[in-house]
Design a protein around this ligand. Structure first.
Ligand SMILES: Cc1cc2nc3c(=O)[nH]c(=O)nc-3n(C[C@H](O)[C@H](O)[C@H](O)COP(=O)(O)OP(=O)(O)OC[C@H]3O[C@@H](n4cnc5c(N)ncnc54)[C@H](O)[C@@H]3O)c2cc1C
Length: 168
């Protein structure tokens, strides 16, 4: 068997991303996948003639995907064209309430205010504010770094992440 530097178990989004980064670092990488096709939860299945997603349908961190393509030496524009949907998505509740959710938090709060009332909007804002603040630190460190230099996360970064996660 050919000698490898790294073995990645699982060819879902995580394993595929890891393999791309390792490959870009010049490491011979073996990706093992138990299923018949790659993708893991990100796939489709057909039920009664209708094709549905089995997992992700919303690209929550587009910059991460674009960064991964660049890491692989690909120009994102040559492969995908991302367009922000407006609204981001729409909830249809059983009682016929329809609620639009937008990319900008302020727009979503306006939408909740218009659909569910001021009290609901205030409750959502109070729920979101501390969580958005806490997410900003790990997001900046883990998701916006180039994957090739992410390993350089230093002690200060780790302290900031811990503080953010503990809500300090
Ligand atoms: C219904 C649903 C909706 C979602 N919607 C979104 C969304 O809108 N946006 C978003 O960002 N995320 C969404 N997610 C989350 C996202 O799908 C997952 O975070 C992501 O796909 C997980 O990828 P993964 O590689 O970690 O794991 P998986 O996709 O689970 O991949 C694991 C892989 O490992 C393989 N495997 C397991 N054990 C072995 C073994 N022993 N040997 C070899 N192979 C093995 C499996 O076959 C599988 O292919 C959603 C998830 C679900 C279920």
């Amino acid at each position: 068997m050919t000698q490898v530097d790294a073995i990645v178990v699982g060819g879902g989004l995580g394993g595929l991303a890891a393999s791309i980064v390792l490959g870009a670092q010049g490491r011979r990488t073996l990706l093992l996948e138990a299923a018949e096709c790659l993708g893991g939860k990100a796939g489709t299945t057909t039920i009664d003639g209708v094709t549905v997603d089995t997992g992700p349908s919303v690209l929550t961190m587009p910059h991460t995907l674009l960064g991964l393509l660049r890491t692989a030496g690909l120009a994102p524009d040559d492969h995908i064209q991302l367009r922000a949907a407006s609204p981001g998505f729409r909830y249809h509740f059983a009682d016929d309430t329809v609620l639009d959710v937008h990319h900008a938090v302020g727009d979503t709060l306006d939408s909740v205010h218009a659909t569910l009332g001021g009290q609901a909007a205030r409750e959502l804002e109070a729920f979101l504010a501390p969580r958005i603040a806490r997410f900003k630190i790990p997001e900046k460190i883990w998701c916006q770094h180039d994957p090739l230099i992410r390993g350089a996360t230093d002690k200060t970064d780790r302290r900031a992440i811990r503080a953010a996660c503990l809500g300090l």
